[in-house]
Design a protein. Structure first.
Length: 360
C-alpha cells in the first residue's frame, strides 16, 4: 500500500525524509554498532543526540539563554499537574482562559493545588473563538497565567497573546509549536507533547524560564519537579531515547527547509488553500471565525451528519485518511501539521470540490 495523506490530530504525519533517515539508521546508528533503541542513555553517542536536539531546538525557536529546555515523559497531560506543582510558589493563584477540551482538562489539575480564576471562556459558542480579555480583571499577584495557544479539537488559535506583565504566561503549545515564528521571551513556560510537530509520541518538550525552576511545592514528587530534570539535563532517569532521536531528525529537517520562517510561509499557504475553499463552498463550512483560525487544525462540516460520514468514507478511499472530527464536536477535521505537504492539502481540496459537485 502506498503512503496516504494522514490528517490525524496526533500522533500525526512525520516528514517522509525523516522516516527514511531513521530507517537507514535503525539497525546501526553511525559509529555505534547498535540501534539508538539499544543504546545507554549515558553513552557518548546518546549524549550527542540529546545535546544536538536541544541545540537545534534553541536555534530554531531562538530560545534565550535564560530558558531551560527539557525532554520529559508523561505527555502534555502531565504538564497540567507539573505546572501548578512547580509554579504555585507565592499566592497560589492562577488565571486561566478557558478555550476548549484541553483547558477543560488542565483547569481541575491546577485547582487541586491552588485557586483558579477563569478570566474568560468561549464555552458559550462551543469554543469556536478566543475570548477577548479585559486586563483589569487579571489577578495582579497570580503565580501564573495559563492558556492553550492552539486548540487542537476546536481549531482556534491566539492571534495575539495576553500581556501579563510580571505574571508568567504558561502556554500549552502542543499542536502548533514550531509552526510559526514565536517570541519565546513572552512566555514563562511553554510545553508541547511531541506527537504533532516534534516527533513520535513519548517525549514532551518543556521550555521554562530559569527563575521559575526550583520553587516547587513541598509535596511535589521528585520526578515532577522541573529542578530535578534541569539539574541532570533531562537525564535524571532513562528518557524516551528513541523519541528524542526522532525529534532531533525532525529539527534537522526543519532547519534544512529554512527554519520556522520558511515553515510558517508553507503553513499559511496550506491553511489559506483550505480556508479559501471553505469560505466560498456552498456545501462545506468552517465553524471558526477568521480571526481565530488555527493554521494547524481545520474543522469543517456539511451540516448533515450522514453526508459527513459519506465524505470521510470516500476521502479515505482516495488515500485522504483520519479526517473525522473529534468525538466531542463531530464533522471533519484536517490536521495539517508541518509534515503535511502542500500537495496533501491540494489533493484534499480537489477531492472536496469533486464531492461537492456530486452531492449538490
Ligand atoms: C493542545 C493539547 N494539549 C494537550 C494534549 C495532550 O497531550 P498528551 O496526549 O501528550 O498528554 C493534546 C493532545 O492532543 C493537545 O492537543
Amino acid at each position: 500500500m502506498a503512503r496516504v495523506y494522514n490528517f490525524s490530530a496526533g500522533p500525526a504525519s512525520l516528514p517522509e525524509p525523516v522516516l527514511k533517515k531513521a530507517a537507514s539508521e535503525l539497525v546501526e546508528y553511525p559509529n555505534a554498532g547498535m540501534s539508538v533503541m539499544e543504546m545507554s542513555h549515558r553513552s557518548k553517542a546518546f549524549e550527542g543526540i540529546i545535546s544536538s536536539a536541544e541545540a537545534l531546538l534553541r536555534e530554531l525557536m531562538n530560545i534565550p539563554a535564560q530558558y531551560k529546555v527539557l525532554f520529559l515523559q508523561g505527555g502534555a497531560s502531565l504538564q497540567f499537574s507539573m505546572v501548578p506543582l512547580n509554579l504555585f510558589s507565592k499566592s497560589k493563584k492562577a488565571d486561566f482562559v478557558h478555550t476548549g477540551e484541553w483547558t477543560k482538562k488542565a483547569i481541575p489539575e491546577s485547582k487541586k493545588y491552588g485557586t483558579v480564576n477563569i478570566l474568560a471562556s468561549s464555552e458559550d459558542k462551543k469554543f469556536s473563538y478566543i475570548p477577548k480579555l479585559d486586563k483589569s480583571t487579571f489577578t495582579p499577584d497570580a503565580d501564573y497565567f495559563y492558556i492553550c495557544s492552539n486548540n487542537t479539537i476546536e481549531g482556534t488559535r491566539y492571534a495575539k497573546y495576553p500581556e501579563t506583565g510580571n505574571v508568567p504566561l504558561v502556554a500549552d503549545m502542543s499542536s502548533h509549536i514550531l509552526s510559526e515564528v514565536m517570541d519565546v521571551s513572552t512566555f514563562g513556560v511553554i510545553f508541547a507533547g511531541a506527537q504533532k510537530n516534534i516527533g513520535p509520541a513519548g517525549v514532551t518538550v518543556v521550555i521554562i524560564r530559569e527563575d521559575l525552576v526550583g520553587k516547587a511545592m513541598d509535596i511535589t514528587p521528585t520526578m515532577l519537579n522541573y529542578a530535578t530534570h534541569v539539574k541532570d539535563n533531562s537525564l535524571f532517569n532513562t528518557p524516551p531515547t528513541y523519541s528524542i532521536y526522532m525529534a532531533k531528525l525532525v529539527f534537522e529537517w526543519l532547519k534544512e527547509l529554512g527554519g520556522i520562517p520558511a515553515m510558517e510561509e508553507i503553513n499559511k499557504k496550506k491553511a489559506n488553500l483550505l480556508y479559501d475553499f471553505l469560505d466560498q463552498s456552498p456545501l462545506f463550512k468552517s465553524p471558526v471565525p477568521k480571526e481565530y483560525r488555527s493554521l494547524m487544525n481545520i474543522p469543517f462540516v456539511t451540516g448533515n451528519e450522514e453526508l459527513d460520514k459519506k465524505f470521510i468514507a470516500e476521502a479515505s478511499k482516495q488515500g485522504l485518511v483520519t479526517l473525522s472530527g473529534h468525538r466531542s464536536v463531530g464533522g471533519m477535521r484536517a490536521s495539517i501539521y508541518n509534515a503535511m505537504p502542500f500537495e496533501g492539502v491540494k489533493k484534499l481540496v480537489d477531492f472536496m470540490k469533486k464531492f461537492e459537485m456530486e452531492n449538490k
